[in-house]
Design a protein around this ligand. Sequence first.
Ligand SMILES: Cc1cc2nc3c(=O)[nH]c(=O)nc-3n(C[C@H](O)[C@H](O)[C@H](O)COP(=O)(O)OP(=O)(O)OC[C@H]3O[C@@H](n4cnc5c(N)ncnc54)[C@H](O)[C@@H]3O)c2cc1C
Length: 341
Amino acid sequence: MLEPISQDLQPFNTLGLASFASRYVRLQSVGDLPALSRLVRQETQPVVVLGGGSNVVLPERLDALVIHVANQGCRVVHSASDHVLVQVQAGHGWHAFVLHAVAQGWHGLENLALIPGTVGAAPVQNIGAYGTEVARHVHSVVAWNFPDQRLHELQSDECGFGYRDSLFKRARPGDWLIVAVRFRLQTLWQPVLAYPDLQRHPLVANAGQALTADQVVQAVCDIRRAKLPDPAVLGNAGSFFKNPVVDTQQLHTLRQRYPDIVAYAQPEGRYKLAAGWLIDQAGWKGRRMGPVGVHDRQALVLVHHGGGNAAAVAALSRAIQEDIFRRFGVVLEQEPVNVTG
Ligand SMILES: Cc1cc2nc3c(=O)[nH]c(=O)nc-3n(C[C@H](O)[C@H](O)[C@H](O)COP(=O)(O)OP(=O)(O)OC[C@H]3O[C@@H](n4cnc5c(N)ncnc54)[C@H](O)[C@@H]3O)c2cc1C
């Protein structure tokens, strides 16, 4: 039986913002979907889907029905000589699943180790790190659609995946609830080592041809722990801005003024600028605005020192966006979702 309760959401968001939901339910099992759908049909307030809370900015008061996705589990749907098809429940921890996959000899997700959050949220912004994105390994997404009250299985090419983007991120909040994700993982180990930090890590640099998937996971975890603040110690939501994409002409103009600007070539004559470099150049690294600030080691990460709220985060985010636009003529797009209700 799903009975909404009021709930303190501070423990459920990695920024650690004070937030209180008027109505909250936990989805423990797919079997509860019809009852949940009935609840949503009768609901007069907006619907908010919450996973691990590591990519959201929550308001102090959330007058909404918050559905906390917590169904767990993983099963092999099909296995072949060179790959395996695995279905993982949406509430399963992402990093726990990556470790499980590596232990089983299923490959592809190693570079995405230690990203906080749940499996169900991974396709929402097409999580990516160290030269790979989850979309490359998603076979399909099993999702409940509240407007038509049906379970859909969307194939990877139907999910509208882009850079930190998908149709789920663009959809009206509360329309889709991802119930499970099916991954197609390789049984043949082929490391992805394009990212310079990874190539330089001693475990990788010294292993040569004998490099194992475990070692890559270990290297990725080491790099992430050195670069990113641990949300359990300092509230944050990871990278706060997407890397902006510009065309050749814009890059040429910027290079004339800033010869050191960091840019990565993309298809079709486009370039991804390192948002962290722009923010660092503008002098924001380590700066504070009251209870929130910019991390002192990673300019792309906004941090919450305590006692802050969504308005403080929004004020800092806006101040950075305006400054970057004034200096570089580049629009910074926020990565975490501003939840409203
Ligand atoms: C320290 C740190 C490092 C990070 N590093 C990375 C990184 O390297 N790469 C990267 O891509 N991201 C990174 N992130 C961001 C974040 O971890 C990911 O976006 C993650 O997938 C969010 O998962 P979550 O379960 O916490 O989602 P939440 O924050 O709970 O939700 C995020 C969005 O997804 C929606 N959502 C969540 N679950 C579901 C579901 N089951 N069905 C439908 N919608 C759902 C929510 O409504 C919300 O819009 C980092 C965050 C932190 C704090």
